[in-house]
Design a protein around this ligand. Structure first.
Ligand code: G6P
Length: 612
């Protein structure tokens, strides 16, 4: 989604802003812009582009400035175009904005009546005119921004600059924004990675905070206008993000790098189990033993790929813990009338910790009296983590490719730990079983490594898919969610229409689509459902369908001219979904590579969906 970088420093900050925007490209965007303040005249110069950040770099390469704001936009209100790109300007003030202003129509009418002329189709433009309007009667930009924010309804992170002032004013509500404290200046950004080359000293702003960044330091107030002491009221965090995490190294794409990092990040996520034979519920937070002891059901809330990890977890939790588990798309749950159960553990799964619907769904569950909340997240200081009573942090490291890979498998590892823990507390997982499961988890990185070694064979399959327009993914039981995830990966990055189905549903609809042009990809682990699945595959083969089967080494599935079989090295019991999904990630990656799509930044998609 949109990204913000802002800086006030003692030297030229244009290269830093371009580098920062480049580091935010992974979030997804369709236009970019920046407003530079000329050090001599104090005037603002704006550059905007509907191309890549590289175009903006070209446009601004002969300019210098010591204070400026910059933005990548992911269109919500108004098409991707130069006139809708940020910054928006009025009366010597420029604004960049992430989020959506819900009352923009009313504000626009009010401002039009005052004579303000709108030149874009965006909701954002009301912010800049409102600041100009309020600045007429306020002593400084800081106060005008603070007053403006009080009139905004919706989600925002903003950065504001004015001709003649040597500062940038920022504020946030619902969308992430952090400050960076550097040796040669002070900064703000929507993501710490944008500031990596200048500072690791990060201050997270809270809901409604307003801050003025200047060379002299930071002046800030909270939502109630109470002055804030940076370092005390808002602590300074030292970011541990490494430069290697945000660079591709020898890989062609971030997605490929992230797929291959999975053995390592799974090991990191599971580090705390070490050589243990038994798990402590404390890995989910100090109060977890007490909270879990009273849990009689689980509700998982998530979006996208994180939703699919929740679907796998449902099989694990019901089997190991024997308690009902519901998994809901966060954007649906937050708006429906449901039956609250205060003893239900509400689990929010999110890679970014920022997804607007997931965050809102947790707040909604809490408003219904469900206070037993657990965040399963890859971003330590994120809004979702802060909203929940308990937390488990996956250690996938920064995920840049829009299509989630390593975040998914580390979520699965964490959810398996949760299922074992709940099963143990409920007396259904014996000490012996627990020790076995932990042993399986310890072996998982190596098992994944062996799947990665199948890449050459998967590449050959991928070649055959480049001219396809549709594909069906089938799985049963634990692997039904993996079929959904495989289909999602393929459509996200190769733009091939794909649908995931539980194989048993084949004859209730999708079988009508099967012919020689509809390849069927099937996940066929050697589990209790294999014989049922084989019958489903026969139904496809007898209708001239072409089958691509990801089987286990010992699944006796016979190859033929239209049945292609790729065998994963070992059957992995309950953890088998983790292995099969890695094979499907590689498959989608190589299909997209053959098709030549923009793999890390697929069209129209965003990495962090911070708006509804
Ligand atoms: C976007 C991303 C997906 C991700 C989903 C949920 O759609 O492109 O990769 O699965 O958001 O994101 P979250 O950060 O909450 O896991």
């Amino acid at each position: 989604m949109c990204g913000i970088v802002a800086a006030v420093a003692d030297g030229n900050i244009v290269p830093l802003l371009i580098e920062g925007l480049t580091r935010l490209e992974y979030r997804g965007y369709d236009s970019a812009g920046l407003a530079l303040r000329d050090d001599t005249s104090g005037k603002l110069t704006r550059f905007r582009s509907i191309g890549r950040v590289a175009d903006l770099a070209e446009q601004s390469k002969n300019h210098t400035a010591t204070s400026s704001i910059a933005h990548t936009r992911w269109a919500t209100h108004g098409a991707p175009s130069e006139r809708n790109a940020h910054p928006h300007m009025s009366g010597g003030i420029a604004v960049v904005h992430n989020g959506i202003i819900e009352n923009y129509v009313a504000l626009r009418e009010m401002l039009r009546a005052q004579g303000y002329v709108f030149s874009s189709d965006t909701d954002t433009e009301v912010i800049v005119h409102l600041i100009v309007h309020l600045a007429k009667t306020t002593p400084d930009l800081f106060t005008a921004v603070a007053q403006t924010c009080k009139q905004l309804e919706g989600i925002y992170a903003i950065a504001v600059i004015r001709e003649g002032d040597n500062c940038v004013v920022v504020s946030r509500h619902g969308a992430p924004l952090l400050l960076g404290l550097g040796e040669h200046g002070n900064y703000a950004a929507s993501d710490a990675s944008a500031l990596l080359s200048v500072t690791r000293k990060i201050v997270y702003l809270e809901e409604g905070d307003v801050a003025e960044i200047s060379l002299a330091g930071i002046r800030a107030v909270d939502a109630g206008d109470t002055p804030l002491k940076i370092g005390i009221d808002r602590p300074i965090h030292i970011s541990t993000l490494s430069a290697a995490e945000v660079e591709k190294g020898d890989y062609a794409h971030f997605m490929q790098k992230e797929i291959f990092e999975q053995p390592e990040v799974l090991a990191a996520t599971l580090e705390m189990i070490g050589g243990a034979q038994s798990l402590s519920p404390n890995i989910f937070g100090a109060s977890a033993p007490e909270v879990f002891a009273d849990v009689n059901a689980v509700l998982i809330l998530a979006c996208g790929t994180s939703f699919h990890s929740g679907l796998v977890a449902r099989y694990w939790i019901e089997q190991l813990a024997g308690i009902p588990c519901t998994v809901e798309i966060a954007s649906e749950y937050r708006y429906r009338v449901s039956v609250p159960n205060p003893r239900q553990l509400v689990v929010a799964i999110s890679q970014s910790g920022e997804t607007a619907d997931t965050l809102a769904s947790i707040k909604f569950a809490k408003s219904l009296g469900m206070g037993k909340t657990l965040a399963l997240c890859n971003a330590p200081e994120s809004a979702i983590v802060r909203e929940c009573a308990l937390r488990f942090l996956t250690r996938a490291g920064k995920e840049i490719g829009v299509a989630s890979t390593k975040a998914f498998t580390t979520q699965l590892a964490a959810l398996f730990l949760l299922a074992i823990t709940l099963g143990k507390i409920g007396g259904r997982v014996s000490a012996k079983d627990e020790a076995e499961y932990l042993k399986d988890l310890r072996h998982l990185p190596l098992a994944v490594q062996k799947v990665l070694a199948l890449e050459p064979a998967i590449k050959i399959w991928a070649q055959r898919f480049a001219d396809k327009h549709h594909a069906l993914f089938l799985g049963r039981g634990l692997h039904y969610p993996i079929a959904l995830e495989g289909a999602l990966k393929l459509k996200e990055i190769s733009y091939i229409h794909a649908e995931g189905y539980p194989a048993g549903e084949l004859k209730h609809g999708p079988l009508a689509l099967v012919d020689e042009n509809m390849p069927v990809i099937s996940i066929a682990p050697n589990d209790a459902l294999l014989s049922k699945l084989k019958s489903n595959l026969e139904e496809v083969a007898s209708r001239s369908g072409e089958l691509y089967v990801f089987a286990d080494a010992d699944s006796a599935i016979i190859e033929s001219a239209r049945v292609h079989v790729l065998r994963l090295p070992e059957h992995y019991g309950l953890l088998s979904p983790v292995l099969h999904v890695v094979a499907l990630q590689l498959f989608s990656y190589h299909v997209a590579l053959v098709k030549g799509t923009d793999i890390d930044k697929p069209r129209n998609l965003a990495k962090s969906v911070t708006v509804e």
